[in-house]
Design a protein around this ligand. Structure first.
Ligand code: ZN
Length: 280
């Protein structure tokens, strides 16, 4: 079996997880959780989203979270940015890694971003050139939601994913996150899709974002590993979900993925015992 020796985990609990909680979690509690992840050895954390506070009130404190988080050498904090307004707020708060988002399926893009996929791609081009102008050092990652499956349309045709990827490449994007937004992909589909895109677009650095709706996230992670993925999103405690993907449940849990990787001799740099104590 072809497997990497090392994997980089990005924990998204503070964004994907907390956005989906019914109650608003106090800023200080968010910071305590993020600090716990850092103590356990997590070096990449998506800490918030600069989405409009009316749309996702749970993350209305995005700027405060960034401002109050202690900085640590070797630890990178990223934030999701849905549009140019969000990019302005993120850069003003000092965010240096921005995660943009577009859905491969039309219906989910409309539900999530209130416009067509094509319109979002056009808007992303503006966001990207704005960010590059304001902070040429900023890292830009684009997440393609519903790249495998859509809660409204069913299985996403590979051609549709390829079309979105080509659009992003034209804008200079080289970091792409493939998201199984509603947790409906299967390991064979994951392996086939990733093998195809890796071969077709060798200039891209790929990461994988899995949800565990049908208990297949670990199997999908293994398929991703075998296809050569070394960057994974996951969430402490396996919480999370997309408010615009009915029926979807939490992310692949950080504890489960780290446990599986360590059992297979793949390094993550994370102290699992300490991680488990932080997840309680
Ligand atoms: Zn997600």
């Amino acid at each position: 079996m072809q497997l990497p020796q090392k994997v980089l985990i990005t924990d998204v609990v503070a964004r994907d997880g907390f956005q989906n909680e019914d109650r608003v979690i106090p800023t200080q509690d968010k910071i305590r959780v993020i600090e716990g992840l850092v103590q356990a050895g997590v070096t990449s954390i998506e800490v918030t989203s600069f989405v409009h506070p009316r749309v996702v009130p749970q993350l209305a404190d995005a700027s405060e979270v960034i401002a109050q988080l202690p900085r640590h050498a070797g630890v990178s904090y990223s934030a999701l940015v849905p549009n140019i307004k969000g990019a302005q707020r993120a850069l003003a708060a000092g965010v240096t890694e921005l995660h943009l988002v577009v859905s491969a399926s039309e219906s989910h893009n409309r539900a999530n971003l209130n416009r067509s996929t094509q319109e979002t791609l056009a808007q992303l081009a503006e966001v990207i050139s704005y960010v590059q102008q304001e902070n040429p050092q900023a890292v830009l990652v684009t997440c393609i939601s519903t790249v495998f499956h859509c809660p409204f349309e069913g299985r996403t045709p590979l051609a549709r994913a390829l079309w979105v990827i080509e659009g992003l490449l034209k804008m200079g994007i080289r970091n792409i996150n493939l998201a199984d937004t509603d947790g409906a992909a299967n390991p064979l589909q994951i392996w086939q899709t990733i093998s195809t895109v890796k071969e077709r677009f060798p200039e891209v650095t790929w990461s994988l974002h899995l949800h565990n709706t049908r208990d297949m996230a670990l199997a999908n992670a293994l398929a991703g590993l075998q296809a050569g993925i070394t960057l994974f999103d996951c969430a402490l405690g396996g919480i999370g979900g997309c408010p615009f993907a009915p029926g979807a449940t939490g992310n692949i849990s950080t504890e489960d993925l780290v446990h599986m990787l360590h059992e297979m001799g793949i390094a993550t740099g994370i102290d699992l015992a300490m991680l488990l104590s932080k997840g309680e």
